[in-house]
Ligand binder design. Structure first.
Ligand code: LMR
Length: 336
């Protein structure tokens, strides 16, 4: 390469770099700042409603300064891409389920341990305490800041089979799971075959028999119509699906202080709103599923639940090293 060409290339690269560094301030000088919030569920779910509330509050608190665009139902990014998109700056807020962060922090796997939390109130106590709050900032070294926990609800188990009462009823069946090693171990403990799959693909996989079953909250089952392609939903309440609203640390810390403050306040208020709604939405959707009369809701006796617990509990030991016994004990203490 001749010297002139080399010189030009170097100048050009320097110019691109300089432009990239200038980008944030350029972006802030353009008003309003466009803030994209992408998620994978439907609008009439706890997370869907929370995101819309956040938009409303943020735009109210920062008139003309920010515009929040909410993209539900994996329209912008699905499970496989949303964390990467956040780190690349293609989106500014996402709220993945707590099961989807295990590549970023192993400790967060505590939320996936089966039968660890008795109910959503216990989950809430754990999240509000020092250990839960500590997890919000445990991924800053990976470029992620957790701003809030949002509730969905307890998980139920569904299959395309008539009988779903005891752990032996799922032996050999294929289950869609979220991208979580704990959930994989949970289904292996049941002698079933787990398959990691993005949320947007689940309905079709159930419909076509690629998988036999799945686990989810009533609101996700209803809004995705899983009950239309499953025969039985057992009321196991064996785990939890909750969310962490996360943002890109560099973007967040680079925001003008007044904008960051307004967005923080909007997030706190939207969190209170969404977390109050979660139980009602799930109970309402359970009712609607029962009324639709497609999948049968299988209630379980104490003895049945104990059998599921016994079958799944070995998973705790498997992940104790990664999560830490102290964190598991703290979580357990939140079951009053
Ligand atoms: C799932 O993948 O089943 C859930 O995490 C979807 C969600 O965001 O509630």
């Amino acid at each position: 390469m001749n010297n002139l060409l080399q010189f030009r290339r170097r100048c050009c690269a320097a110019a691109v770099l300089a432009a990239a560094w200038a980008l944030p301030s350029l972006a802030w000088s353009q008003t309003p700042i466009v803030v994209k919030f992408s998620h994978v569920v439907a609008e009439k779910t706890p997370k869907g409603m929370g995101a819309l509330k956040f938009k409303e509050l943020a735009e109210q608190k920062l008139p003309g300064k920010v515009q929040v665009q909410v993209f539900p139902s994996s329209q912008l990014f699905g499970d496989a891409k949303e964390l990467e998109a956040l780190l690349l700056g293609d989106v500014q807020f996402i709220a993945p389920s707590l099961s989807k962060f295990d590549r970023y922090t192993k400790k967060i796997q505590v939320f996936d341990l089966p039968f660890l939390f008795d109910n959503l109130e216990a989950v809430d106590r754990f999240q509000s305490g020092p250990a839960g709050q500590g997890l919000l900032t445990s991924m800053t070294n990976r470029g992620l800041i957790g701003l809030a926990y949002w509730h969905n609800g307890m998980k139920q188990l569904s299959t395309g089979k008539d009988k779903l009462v005891r752990p032996e009823d799922v032996k050999g069946l294929k289950f869609r799971i979220q991208a979580s090693d704990v959930l994989e171990a949970q289904f292996r403990a049941l002698s079933a075959n787990p398959q990691k799959m993005a949320f947007a693909e689940v309905y079709q996989a159930l419909q076509t028999g690629v998988v036999d079953g799945q686990e989810n909250t009533w609101s996700n089952i209803y809004s995705q119509k899983f009950h239309e392609v499953q025969k039985t939903i057992a009321e196991t309440n064996h785990g939890v699906i909750d969310y962490m609203v996360v943002t890109n640390a560099k973007w967040w810390n680079g925001l003008p202080a007044d904008v960051r403050k307004g967005l923080s306040e909007a997030m706190s208020e939207a969190t209170v709103y969404a977390n109050k709604l979660a139980n009602d939405i799930n109970e309402g959707d359970r009712r609607k599923i029962a009324e639709a009369g497609k999948a049968r809701i299988q209630t379980l006796s104490k003895d049945d639940v104990a059998a599921w617990r016994k079958a799944m509990e070995p998973v705790w030991k498997q992940f104790e090293g990664d999560i830490g016994r102290d964190l598991i004990d703290t979580a357990l203490k939140s079951n009053k």
